[in-house]
Design a protein around this ligand. Structure first.
Ligand code: GTP
Length: 593
């Protein structure tokens, strides 16, 4: 049986727990590649990922170990890519759960391990970094046994750095993880679990064959996208890309089929043979759904076309980003963009600025609301400006998350305060050991989107970790706040907030703007309003003296410089309600504290 010696697995680990180092060791030990060469060449190919320690694009490597063929399937390491993780796990029969022996398991790793259990995968747990003096493998083995039911005496103890225990880990993988099942004669069913766009080859997909045979001459039907493409190349990564004639059941490799758009080869897509199609696609496919939205505007209005082009290019590689042109009275022409989550948003924004050399203003992140109208209709609101007026509103629903926090017990109080102040409701609280705690809350996505992660980290000196998943919708008392300058609403500062927080938001925004908006020739009222009702007000007092008087009448070149600078600044002024607002004020005011 050719399947009996195949093992498909993914290494599940928290950032910095040693996944890359372990992958290096495995490649070295199995003789796949010179270890030093490899890190630069094959792993974490994007700069931003490397800097942030996030692996988004998978490299799926095939290695040999004592007569077995092992496919190491990479999973995206970040909380916003939960669905992608689930598709990668669907390609595996087991996982190696890698946990730092000086840190213990973290929230996202635990969530991924639970997912692995839901997929009925075998978990091979290993405590890494046992060479560290601070390592406490007994303690963390007990913890893993408690939360995942993996017997402590079956948990391996390794050092990816020194290589200690890594060969035993590979032996355990071959012994404990079951081989794949599948029928070679059945119609083809292959699971696409990752795709990226290559400038020269088009879309390159990672594929796991379940049934049938994926051959190099085949015409393929992509069952969810409903498209047909001819195979150009299939192959495996050793880790160098190596074409093969075909991939059979249980095998993992890459597929190139002349596809120009990653949206046609999404994670979860099933490929079959056009001439002999499988009756059904594999289960579990989902359309990616953006959860977090913001407006992106070029600081320099001339860069609008460049921003559009950059978004088009970026989408070639990341079909989960959505964008639509949007106009703001205050910020000009830009796009309303949708993201899988907050970190996804940050990554995209950073890539736009770095790889495409754009300077952008981002509006505050927001979530999608469902506004139910008095006439029975429902409107999806992605932007405060789309919010129907109060008299037409029956109710509003907002998306919720189930958030899991793992933390040392000493921070329990401050974490509960934090969750409560963000309208969270406790679902569960459990001790993982004498000093560690699991807290589970239902919490509005909008509250997490703002700065929850930063608040969590700063309250626990970085020791708490967070994972979350979508958890339905709930009706809430939400209001739209407008901020008015000299009586004119400024769209960029509008927000949808919970009623209980409206006052605070209004006060904070008006105070901030009072400091940011320069004095004009007249008094400028800054107001925050809900419906027609003013809930906060500040005033920028009219200026009394000419700007030159600041220079004590002295140095003439200094005066000239000041005038020049003023002229420069003028170009970047927006005129709102007769008030001249420097662009910098928008940037500052939209920055989250
Ligand atoms: P990202 O690539 O950032 O996602 O992290 P990762 O989980 O892949 O961790 P990585 O392999 O980069 O290791 C993180 C740090 O831990 C590095 O500085 C490694 O050198 C170190 N490290 C990994 N394994 C061991 C180990 O067994 N012992 C010791 N002492 N350090 C280790």
């Amino acid at each position: 049986d050719p399947l009996a010696r195949i093992r498909n697995l993914s290494i599940v680990a928290h950032v910095d727990h040693g996944k890359s180092t372990l992958s290096d060791r495995i490649l070295e030990l199995t003789g796949a590649v010179d270890a030093r060469e490899m890190r630069e060449q094959y792993l974490d190919s994007m700069d931003i990922e490397r800097e942030r320690g996030i692996t988004i694009k998978a490299q799926n490597v095939r290695v040999g170990w004592k007569g077995h063929t092992i496919h190491l399937i990479d999973t995206p390491g970040h909380v916003d890519f939960g669905y992608e993780v689930s598709r990668s796990l669907a390609a595996c029969e087991g996982v190696v759960l890698l946990v730092d022996a000086a840190q213990g398991i973290e929230a996202q790793t635990l969530a991924n391990a639970y997912q692995a259990l839901e997929h009925d995968l075998e978990i091979v747990a290993a405590l890494n970094k046992i060479d560290l003096p601070a390592a406490d493998p007994d303690r963390y083995a007990a913890e893993i046994e408690k939360v995942l039911g993996v017997p402590a005496d079956e948990i391996l103890r390794i050092s990816a750095k020194t290589g200690a225990g890594v060969a035993e880990l590979l032996d355990a993988v071959c012994e404990r993880i079951p081989p794949p099942k599948g029928e070679a004669d059945a119609p083809l069913q292959g699971l696409i679990f990752d795709s990226y766009y290559d400038q020269y080859r088009g879309v390159v997909s990672a594929v796991r064959v379940f049934n049938g045979r994926l051959g190099s001459g085949a015409r393929l039907r992509f069952m969810q996208a409903g498209r047909t493409h001819d195979v150009e190349e299939i192959g495996v990564r050793l880790p160098a890309t190596t074409p093969v004639a075909s991939l059979g059941p249980g095998e993992v490799g890459y597929l190139i089929a002349g596809i120009k758009d990653v949206a046609e080869a999404r994670s979860g897509e099933t490929v079959t043979e056009a001439s002999r199609p499988a009756p059904e696609p594999l289960a579990g496919y989902q359309d990616p759904k953006p959860m977090v939205f913001c407006g992106l505007y070029p600081i320099d209005g001339d860069e609008f076309a460049a921003l559009r082009e950059a978004l088009e290019k970026l989408r070639l590689n990341d079909a989960s980003v959505t964008y639509q042109p949007e106009t703001s009275g205050a910020l000009g022409f830009g796009f309303r963009c949708g993201f899988l989550g907050l970190l996804h948003m940050e990554i995209v924004r950073e890539r736009l600025e770095r790889e495409f050399d754009l300077s952008l203003i981002a509006t505050a992140p927001s979530v999608e609301y469902r506004a139910h109208l008095t006439d029975g209709g429902t409107v999806e609101v992605h932007n405060p400006s789309e919010m129907p007026p109060p008299q037409k509103l029956e109710s509003i629903e907002e998306p919720y998350l189930q958030a899991t926090i793992l933390s040392p017990t000493e921070y329990t109080g401050t974490l509960m305060d934090l969750c409560q102040s963000r309208r969270g409701e406790m679902v569960r609280m459990e001790y993982l050991g004498p000093e560690r705690l699991e807290l589970v809350y239902r919490i509005p996505l909008a509250e997490v989107v703002m700065d929850f992660f930063d608040a969590l980290k700063s309250r626990t000196k970085g020791y708490a970790s967070l994972d979350y998943e979508p958890a339905g919708w709930e009706t809430a008392e939400l209001v739209k706040i407008d901020v008015l300058l000299n009586g004119v609403p400024v769209d960029a500062f509008s927000a949808i907030v919970h009623k209980s927080q409206a006052q605070e938001y209004g006060r904070r925004m008006t105070e901030k703007l009072r400091e940011l908006i320069p004095r004009q020739m007249f008094d400028v009222p800054i107001q925050a309003a809900v419906g027609g009702r003013i809930i906060a007000r500040e005033t920028v007092k009219a200026k009394r003296k000419d700007v030159l008087s600041k220079c004590y009448g002295g140095d003439i070149t200094r005066k000239r410089k000041l005038l020049e600078k003023q002229k420069e600044g003028k170009k970047r002024m927006k005129n709102i309600g007769r008030v001249e607002v420097p662009q910098e004020a928008f940037i500052q005011a939209l920055r989250l504290e």
